[in-house]
Design a protein around this ligand. Sequence first.
Ligand code: 5AD
Ligand code: SF4
Length: 439
Amino acid sequence: MDKFYHIVTYGCQMNVHESEKIAGILSELGYKSCDDIKRADIVVFNTCCIRENAENHAYGNIGMLKSLKAAKKDMLIAVGGCLTQQMGKAGALHEKFPYVDIIFGTHNLNKLKEYILKKQGSKKAVIEIEESDGEICEDEKPLRTSYPNAWINITYGCNNFCSYCIVPYVRGRERSRKSSDILNEAAALVQEGYRELTLLGQNVNSYSNGTDDVSFPELLRRVSAIEGKFRLRFMTSHPKDFSEDLAKAVADCGKICRLIHLPVQSGSDAVLKAMNRKYTAADYLKKIEILKKYVPDCAVSTDIIVGFPGESDEDFNKTLELVKEVGFSSAFTFVYSKREGTAAAKMPDQIPAEVSKERIMRLVELVNSQTRMQSLKYVGKTVEILCEDFDAKKGLYLGRDEFGRMAYFESGENLIGKFVNVKIAAANGISLTGEVVKE
Ligand code: 5AD
Ligand code: SF4
């Protein structure tokens, strides 16, 4: 009889890719994927803890499984990822949800198979969190779910300790994969037909750091040199490590997308200092200038936090000013969320929720108006889109151009994984709609 798995993923692309590795492990054990959680023989929650609402979301969904588990005693529930890796959280989770069978962390995902087998032979929950962030384990073969895009880890962990951020505590110190392993993986993926490769790391710019003699810009050049038509993306870049060499690599390699994600977090030097970001607003603008010197039309997206402890109206206005000056193609905006164990959690002058809410609304309005203006410039132009998916609700295919702009279009044939030319007819805020132009 067939056995099914259902994975619930929260958080960033790193987690999305790790869920592909979990899927690989489960399929090796004979499980098949299913969309209906009620049909699943094993449910895995791959959690996130970057902000409080990500944690609450996971707790809510794990709580909802209680009755399902009571009705279906053989069903296994496993919870892993960043939430469980936080100090003391695995024990607390077990107490709150005693029906969870397996709890694992970010450093021992590769042992999930062992934990499942152990649990099947025992009544007791299997709770294993490892502190080690030493060696990189390359055992798991991911079962990829993001075609035509493929995620490739290049670094794990982070050494930056931005004062608001929990990531260094739950993902450990930065480790870089060997460039030869990355290049072999990339070449195999292009061979298999993937049309977009995204290199992943918390801070890709510090790739290598002595592990081997290949710097990040050099790695980009080598991946770009792989034969075949594909796009190359990377995330996330830390502005302090964004170098002229990187800008040159983007300019020289046509396969690298003209959209760089460069989180600024704030436009105020005082806030940036308290965040331990190690650059000023002027330094950030200088990096953008360097990028534009080599790649004049390059789009830039960013992350911004509002309501960081001590952020005054004046600080926040500096963020608005910087957003106006750069003209981001898109921005992910967040209200600061206090994370226990980080330096910022102990800072005085935490900002009241109403103040942060009002600030984020003003920021979102500004960002949206910039995005709308940029989208409007597309109308009438023909752009090359890599078709990524079909939106069943809209009945339209969708994909992005090399600047990361999303476009929707109609097609009688399945275009997923194909490069198509689309003539843009209309702009609707962040996305575009158009018609496929036949050659
Ligand atoms: N509160 C709000 N946003 C945060 N981020 C990271 N930590 C926090 C936090 N404690 C945001 C940053 C980062 C993005 C991935 O999440 O902007 O770049
Ligand atoms: Fe968190 Fe800063 Fe590391 Fe990014 S660079 S993961 S924000 S500590």
